[in-house]
Design a protein around this ligand. Sequence first.
Ligand code: G3I
Length: 304
Amino acid sequence: ATTLGASAAQTGRYFGTAVAANKLSDATYVGILNREFTMVTPENEMKWDATEPTQGQFTYANADRIVNHARANGMRVRGHALAWHSQQPGWAQNLSGPALRSAMVNHVTQVATYYRGKIHSWDVVNEAFADGGTGARRDSNLQRTGNDWIEVAFRAARAADPTAKLCYNDYNTDGQNAKSNAVYAMVQDFKARGVPIDCVGFQSHFNSASPVPADYQANLQRFANLGVDVQITELDIEGSGSAQADNYGRVVRACLAVSRCTGITVWGIRDTDSWRASGTPLLFDGSGNKKPAYTATLDALNAG
Ligand code: G3I
């Protein structure tokens, strides 16, 4: 097939991108989006600060623009993210203890209920583990409400939208290391105790300091073996030319080798759309031209 989405569909997978609502008026951007992608993730518009800027008052206008565009063009939506230590509204940052816990549960319930039936997968909890070798939870206001905050968020999301797949999503968990081992233990525990979890997202933000791990496929597979789907949720790879293209090909091949790796999402369309302040980490250049990384990705999808 000749597009990313159609090529991924040949093996039953999706190919997605992060989308920013304020770019939906950019004709080049929208042209590539509609041509290539079958899944969208709102880059910022579903986060807590965007959807509940004042406690108890929910604003969905920008998120709805993305969801409506996706549905009108036959794309599905990954929801991102219900509970996260970052991008909280100021009022939530100032809460703690039971007040924060109940605000978090209410937020998860309200947003997941509003989008009930429209979301393929939710990133229910994002980035809850610490970097480095401890395997500990990340310290945050949410973590300080009690270690059970993650499972409480998952149960609230399931009750609000029983059809969405519920994911845990993180970065620096792409290979086997102390952080991914800790996430693995949590998923294993959730499955053993019946806490609702369906999928694990591997963000996959790669650069020279954090390259594509040699054991990427093995790591995806060990999570899949726990009985969850795995997804590559925020892929970008610093670099250019054939080296970058080779890395994109490796990532795609790793996913396709794992039957429960159900889809790949890149974190933006053109290099100029990237959250990274500099660099060229994506599949299209600033003018919207296909890069060697695009061709390698497409070829790897078609070889699957
Ligand atoms: O919209 C405001 C604008 O009005 C204001 O003038 C401007 C000045 O700072 O800020 C704009 O908001 C920015 C927003 O992106 C939209 O561009 C925020 O400051 C900025 O913090 C925000 O960055 C986002 C970042 O998450 C925040 O944590 C990036 O776009 C987004 O790509 C990035 O995505 C994260 C995932 O959610 C989780 N995993 C890592 C990934 C990359 O950091």
